[in-house]
Design a protein around this ligand. Structure first.
Ligand code: ADP
Length: 364
């Protein structure tokens, strides 16, 4: 009979789906809109150290993650606040024998019916990432130690080369020696910038970054930065100008990091601009200050705009590759911006220029 046929086909489809989900190495848990478990696989039982049925049980009775500060996480709140797929690698699970594992948790809201608003749920993927996390921690520790140890010799080399440049420059200078010293100096400066980025990066990854909220005079900060970068802009024949709103008030945030963030954007603006102007602006917003760094440089394509904040990303454009770089600057920058609860926006057009806007809220 046709109805039987449909039921049979549905059954086969269901069995296929169940064996597919069961064959996955990651734990899968599907919950309905009320947070009750509708489907799960064997891997989920393993990771949750559970050997009884979870069908129909409330999610928070079986999945009890804790956060970095060992505080319990409200999984209902977590899933209900999930509007688009998200994941976290920062939660942990405590087992009854006292051991802890690091958990990868991804949450995706799903609609189970078309046009029926109330038929929705969530699919959770869980994975034990304890080993990965400990390797990452070892790597970060290694980077931190190495970058710390490299700092002093590089600073000494830089100082000595700079002295040699000065002394050679005073006597009848041999252009070959001058050029060699100049190149050596440029490369040591690049190395020290890279080591700084690596060190900030490893501290950021290990959540070792901290700051004190201070009152920052945004107006003076912009003028100071413009003055500091005047020589390197002039060296490339660029103009660097300030565009500051007179109504700026004090910004309460972490001064050193605000400065480091703006410096990273300005360095890039100068680096990736061949002619024209770099403008550093600041305006008040309802909750803080928005700084903007605009250049008339090579620009960033639409697809690259999505990637500029990724670790080690550098555009394939030959004009980018003509400059030294590690692809770490903006990755570190966005970490610092998030630490200060700020936001970044990029607007850019290839061969026209780019604007990076960074908004800092008052933290007091
Ligand atoms: P780096 O400059 O060391 O390559 P960043 O992380 O600072 O690394 O920047 C990542 C990439 O983003 C750069 O390689 C470049 O392709 C692009 N980029 C960043 N800022 C600009 C800019 N102002 N104009 C054009 N491209 C930029």
């Amino acid at each position: 009979m046709p109805q039987d046929k449909t039921a049979n086909a549905d059954n086969i489809e269901h069995q296929r789906l169940t064996s597919l989900v069961n064959s996955m190495a990651d734990g899968v848990i599907a919950v309905d809109s009320a947070g009750k478990i509708a489907l799960y696989n064997g891997a989920a039982l393993n990771i949750l150290d559970n050997n009884s049925s979870m069908q129909g049980k409330p999610l928070d009775s079986v999945l009890k993650p804790i956060d970095k500060d060992n505080q319990p996480v409200d999984v209902y709140e977590l899933i209900q606040n999930t509007k688009t797929s998200t994941f976290s690698r920062d939660y942990r699970l405590a087992y009854s024998d006292g051991s802890l594992i690091n958990l990868y948790l991804s949450i995706a809201p799903v609609h189970l019916g078309y046009g029926k608003d109330n038929e929705h749920g969530y699919v959770l993927l869980i994975r034990d990432i304890t080993r990965e996390k400990s390797l990452e921690e070892e790597r970060d520790e290694f980077i931190s130690v190495v970058s710390h140890e490299l700092r002093t010799p590089i600073a000494i080399a830089e100082g000595n080369i700079s002295n040699a440049q000065f002394i050679v420059g005073k006597k009848a200078p041999d252009p070959v020696i001058l050029k060699a010293l100049d190149e050596a100096h440029k490369q040591t400066l690049f190395l020290s910038g890279m080591i700084n980025d690596l060190s900030t990066l490893s501290r950021a990854e290990r959540d070792k970054l901290s700051y004190e909220v201070e009152a920052i005079n945004a107006h003076d900060l912009v003028l100071e930065l413009v003055a500091n970068y005047q020589p390197s802009a002039a060296q490339k024949g660029l103009k660097i100008i300030a565009d500051v709103d007179d109504h700026l008030e004090l910004l309460h945030s972490g001064r050193l990091y605000v400065q480091e963030i703006l410096q990273n954007f300005i360095t890039n603006a100068i680096k990736y601009t061949e002619k024209g102007t770099v403008t550093l602006g600041a305006k008040p917003t309802a909750k803080g200050v928005v700084f903007s760094i605009t250049d008339s440089g090579i620009g960033i394509s639409k697809s690259d705009q999505q990637k500029v904040f990724d670790k080690f990303f550098r555009s394939e454009d030959y004009r980018t590759r003509a400059n030294n770089g590690t692809g770490l600057g903006l990755y570190v920058t966005i970490k610092l911006v998030r630490l200060l609860h700020g936001e970044v926006e990029v607007e850019s057009e290839l061969n026209v220029g780019s604007t990076f806007k960074v908004t800092f809220p008052n933290l007091k």
